[in-house]
Design a protein around this ligand. Structure first.
Ligand code: ADP
Ligand code: MG
Length: 363
């Protein structure tokens, strides 16, 4: 339905969108997540022509909307947007906020527009507020009105930019429920949100934006449970990580231990966890010492706040070699001691490297 190709947008010298390519199909609910300042709002604003893209193309049902002859108000009606700050007209009643667009832009009769508005207010649970003014409503109610107003234009897709982030926590769920309801009814939506649990259960596709591109995309399962790329993983698990690079057998073990200690202190980990981590790394290095004259070794430590777990990855260059298969070497490298402090040990071959992933036991 919507096809976005190589979209780019800069503000002066700031390149916000570098190269965004994505297709949105009818009925899809897409969540857009990512650190702030990565261009999520700009992306929605470009789709809706509130910001003019510098390059690339956007087409709806095969029609290029960046063509200068495009009827911009019509595009905005088709891809209507809900903002963080509601943007209701405060001098108009709820009903007038809803009927204004359909009467002015769609040429609907007042009667039809009102009938339709009442139906929509019922959908968002606010039919009894039709004659109220925005100031008489709570934040959650205002946002539900804004969603109903958006729907009143019969959009093909609704773009929601952090629809709950200016709300008190108590009002977040009423707004999310309304969005869920629309999703269930088959409305096509693109939602920028920081509500990860919501994104996970409402959307059928998640776009992770970073560095001005869609850095990784996939099903909620793929993005939230098995993100493939480092930045996505860091964002999702709010992982804090540290990498130590070993390039020769003469590396400085004391410096390494000192860095691990500092890393653990920053994460505010229990002393026991820190001791086990240092023990684990030392034991593993016994094993890797055998290959360090010919291989490079990276030790990655990643702590996931969300899962409260410490992942230790040993990534070495060289021929495929699974430590787990090599029982003799493993005994030598203190397998029992390693097992005692880990929940799991996995081996895989990735990008021509041997990758051993160990999850430290919790304490
Ligand atoms: P996000 O929604 O992901 O937080 P935005 O799209 O709002 O990110 O902003 C991306 C970057 O573009 C930010 O650095 C922001 O300061 C900048 N930016 C956004 N709008 C404008 C503008 N109208 N003029 C100049 N810079 C802007
Ligand atoms: Mg934003």
């Amino acid at each position: 339905m919507i096809k976005i190709d190589h979209l780019s947008k800069s503000f002066g010298t700031l390149e916000v969108l570098k190269d965004v390519t994505v297709e949105i199909k009818a009925g899809e609910v897409i969540s857009i997540i990512g650190p702030s300042g990565t261009g999520k709002s700009t992306f929605l604003r470009c789709i809706n022509l509130l910001d003019r893209p510098d390059g690339g193309s956007i087409s709806i049902d095969g029609v290029d909307i960046l063509n200068p002859k495009t009827d911009v108000p019509k595009v905005r009606q088709k891809m209507n947007m809900v903002f963080q700050s509601f943007n209701l007209f405060s001098h108009l009643s709820v009903m007038d906020n809803l009927t204004l667009g359909p009467i002015k832009l769609l040429g609907m009769s007042k009667q039809d527009a009102e009938r339709k508005s009442i139906d929509l207010l019922k959908v968002v649970g606010l039919a009894e507020k039709a004659e109220s003014y925005p100031d008489e409503l709570s934040g959650g109610q205002k946002q539900r009105v804004a969603i109903a107003r958006c729907m009143a234009m019969d959009p093909k897709i609704i773009l929601l930019d952090e629809p709950t982030s200016s709300l008190d926590p108590t009002m977040v769920s009423e707004v999310l429920s309304v969005i869920r309801r629309l999703a269930k009814d088959g409305m096509t939506m693109a939602i920028v949100t920081h509500e990860m649990d919501f994104a996970r259960d409402v959307s059928n596709r998640v776009l992770y934006m970073d560095e001005g591109v869609i850095y990784e995309e996939g099903t909620p399962e793929q993005i939230f449970v098995h993100p493939q790329k480092e930045k996505t993983r860091t964002f999702i698990n709010r992982i804090r990580s540290f990498t130590y690079h070993i390039g020769s057998p003469d590396y400085d073990l004391y410096a390494l231990n000192a860095e691990i200690k500092t890393f653990c202190e920053k994460q505010i980990l229990p002393v026991k966890t820190r001791q086990n981590l240092i023990l684990l790394v030392e034991e593993m290095l016994q094993y890797f010492n055998l290959i360090l004259s010919t291989s490079l070794l990276d030790i990655h430590l990643a702590y996931s706040e969300k899962k409260e777990s410490m992942e230790v990855v040993f990534e070495s260059t060289g021929a495929a070699m699974n430590l787990l298969d090599n029982k003799q070497l493993l005994e030598k490298s203190g397998l029992t001691r390693i097992r005692n402090v880990t929940d799991s040990i996995d081996y895989c071959r990735l990008n021509n490297k041997n990758r051993l992933t160990l999850i430290l036991k919790k304490h």
